[in-house]
Write a protein that binds this ligand. Structure first.
Ligand code: SF4
Length: 287
């Protein structure tokens, strides 16, 4: 049986991650560089950066180069000042759309709103969004909303890579739990995330199986897996072409490919090639 392979209309590495990788490579050509945390949640890209001599440290205390890079996920002013206070020079690769979220939450706080971030509490971007405030809440599910204490003004923003439908549902929950409070929501989900989520839904609806490509720790990849699983019963999360198993696609007529915002084009191409090979193997065993 012939297996058709289609790509989502929007998939893979976003401009924010591409620019951050380019800035890391450019800086590393000039001087020794350490990246604070994972520049991208993709092992292949991180391994390539290491191969170019770029170091990775999880804490400023572990940095042994004079220059350190903050990732596309951003950092709080407090964290960056602490890093500078250690005598390190900071290169910022923060995505402009993460800066938009930082400015949105700072403005809400200035105007007297209690900040609520819809996102993953321990995610580096959320730590950056909350790190300059003494009081804030982070919510991701109904139980988290149930634990919020009442206050007159809630200012709500989202981690940039959360699905907008989920974010709007949580904002609705906060509004219905606190009908007397003012709940101001600023939509900070980034456009590349929205495009990839919408394209993933369209893709999953017309496929018998979907392959989602992305790092094991990539939040937006996990969200793509969840979104596709609502519209297609056979969804497989892989990191490289070696993870693909031919038996996943038995009897599948249409197989879709989508990828998280940290996934480079070469991995997507390799996976499409491997799927074509699987398809060719099935055809030759049939005839
Ligand atoms: S996922 Fe969105 S916010 Fe994050 S780096 Fe990409 S474009 Fe920027």
């Amino acid at each position: 049986m012939f297996m058709k392979i289609i790509r989502a209309e929007h998939l893979g590495m976003c401009f924010g991650v591409k620019d951050a990788v380019a800035l890391a490579l450019k800086t590393a050509r000039r001087e020794p560089l350490t990246i604070l945390g994972d520049l991208v949640h993709n092992e292949t890209v991180v391994a390539e950066l290491r191969a170019r001599g770029i170091r990775v440290a999880q804490q400023p205390a572990d940095v042994n180069t004079p220059t350190v890079m903050v990732t596309a996920h951003g950092a709080s002013e407090r964290a960056m000042n602490e890093t500078r206070g250690r005598g390190l020079s900071v290169v910022e690769a923060t995505c402009p759309l993460v800066h938009v979220a930082h400015r949105a939450v700072a403005r809400l706080v200035r105007e007297g709103f209690h900040p609520v971030i819809i996102g993953k509490r321990d995610h580096v971007e959320v730590r950056g969004l909350t790190g300059d405030f003494a009081e804030f809440d982070v919510v991701l599910c109904d139980e988290d909303v149930a634990k919020l204490a009442e206050c007159p003004h809630f200012g709500v923003v989202a981690q940039t890579t959360q699905p907008i439908d989920k974010v709007r549902r949580i904002v609705g929950l906060i509004r219905s739990r606190f009908p007397k409070s003012e709940v101001r929501f600023v939509d900070t989900v980034c456009q590349p995330t929205k495009q990839r989520q919408n394209a993933a839904i369209e893709l999953a609806q017309k496929c018998d199986a979907v392959v989602v490509i992305g790092g094991a720790h990539s939040n937006n990849t996990h969200e793509l897996v969840k979104t596709c699983s609502r519209h297609c019963v056979r969804v497989h999360h892989v990191q490289t072409a070696e993870d693909l198993q031919a038996n996943w696609f038995a009897d599948a007529e249409t197989v879709g490919i989508t990828a998280g915002t940290s996934t480079p084009d070469m991995i997507i191409d390799a996976i499409e090639q491997r799927l074509n090979q699987i398809c060719a193997d099935v055809l030759s065993s049939t005839y």
